[in-house]
Design a protein around this ligand. Structure first.
Ligand SMILES: NC(=O)c1ccc[n+]([C@@H]2O[C@H](COP(=O)([O-])OP(=O)(O)OC[C@H]3O[C@@H](n4cnc5c(N)ncnc54)[C@H](O)[C@@H]3O)[C@@H](O)[C@H]2O)c1
Ligand SMILES: [Zn+2]
Length: 343
């Protein structure tokens, strides 16, 4: 399957197939130049053979990264210095071979290396295949909050191969399922219904999730309008990730809690159709995802203040009106925190 992406800041294809790495190899042969790999440590350990076989010629250099704890500016500097030492220049490119952490770091480094060079995404986790490799958001965490330093930089191509997912543990698969459930909850009731029967991980389902993400990215590349709907569950998730410490709670788990808390608040406040919270929480739980936190809304609120979705004291809170329909509501943080008490 090939999904074309047409954006103001660049068009590219998302390839979802068993031979997508060969397609990348072909692309690299065509463009000539050298390539520098930013790889997740485990993805590279398990799958470097497949990558190198498909590309068929030597890389100019490689650096490995691992874990949310490394998604920071120090790692970006290491990537930039290593690429410079390897003699990479503007006609060359980066390849991000890993999960969301690796893709976010590599994309950001590519955006600022020599004022920007091309990069290709080879997502190796379920979360990165269904979500983070698509859309061009790149960046790293600051101590003050999640993803606070970054920019938009579209990749030159995305190469998805489900074979790479076979070495993931159930914990990592669960992280991806959280974003898949989010996609269905905000946009596609039929997909949500199918997830209630079973959540299978195949090319077709990954393609559906990618298309949902693209439906919001196209037309709002820079995330000022409807793209924010993709952030369902994320304002609370980012608060949780910050309070607990980056890497202590996984992103998908945090998003799951964020969705569960949000939908209960909005149902109580009359924004969401009755029965929706029960359905969403049941599906999340059935996939082993967490749905509650010991933190109070006040504690979460403190951590949410620096979230990028806050602007001039107002929060763009994302809810679902019902399964398959996301909405944005602008409110103050206090209104958000107090929502559970409103009715
Ligand atoms: N840019 C975006 O639009 C966007 C969207 C959603 C999430 N994100 C970001 O993505 C990150 C989470 O991504 P993630 O869940 O992929 O985490 P991750 O990149 O940390 O990967 C999770 C774990 O899987 C391991 N791993 C990776 N590929 C593997 C493979 N093939 N086999 C075995 N192990 C493998 C990694 O070493 C790591 O331990 C968060 O930082 C989040 O903020 C970004
Ligand atoms: Zn996310």
């Amino acid at each position: 399957m090939v999904i074309p992406v047409n954006l103001k800041n660049g068009s590219y294809d998302i390839h979802i197939s068993r031979d997508s790495l060969q397609v990348l190899g072909h692309e690299l042969t065509q463009r000539k130049g050298r390539y520098f790999i930013v790889a997740d440590k485990l993805a590279y350990k398990y799958h470097s053979g497949k990558l190198h076989e498909a590309i068929g010629r030597e890389h100019a250099g490689i650096i490995t990264v691992h874990g949310e704890e490394e998604k920071n500016l120090s790692t970006v500097i290491k990537v930039l210095e290593s690429a410079a030492m390897a003699g990479i220049n503007r006609g060359d490119c980066f390849i991000a071979f890993g999960g969301g952490v690796c893709g976010d770091i590599a994309g950001f480094a590519a955006a600022i290396f020599m004022r920007g060079i091309d990069y290709y995404q080879v997502p190796t986790t379920l979360l990165s295949q269904v979500d983070s490799s698509v859309g061009g958001k790149t960046g790293v965490d600051l101590k003050a909050g999640k993803n606070l330093a970054g920019c938009f930089k579209q990749p030159s191509g995305v190469y998805i191969n489900t074979e790479l997912l076979k070495t993931l543990g159930p914990g990592e698969i669960r992280q991806g399922k959280s974003e898949m459930i989010k996609a269905a909850a905000i946009h596609d009731e039929l997909l949500f219904n199918s997830f209630e029967n079973s959540m299978c991980i195949d090319e077709d389902t990954i393609g559906k999730c990618v298309r949902i993400k693209l439906a919001y990215v196209m037309g709002d590349e820079l995330d000022t309008g409807k793209r924010m709907i993709l952030n369902f569950g994320h304002t609370i998730a980012h608060g949780l990730e910050k309070v607990k410490g980056f890497g202590v709670i996984s992103h998908g788990d945090a998003v799951s809690i964020g969705m569960a808390v949000s939908v209960q608040l909005s149902e109580k406040a009359g924004i969401t159709e009755k029965g929706t919270a029960k359905r969403l929480i049941k599906l999340l739980k059935s996939q082993g995802l967490p749905v509650s936190t010991e933190l109070t809304m006040k504690e979460l609120g403190q951590a949410m203040i620096l979230d990028k979705k806050m602007n001039k004291g107002l929060l763009k809170a994302v809810f679902i009106e019902k399964i398959g329909k996301g909405i944005i509501k602008e409110m103050t943080l206090d209104e958000f925190i107090g929502m559970g008490d409103s009715k």
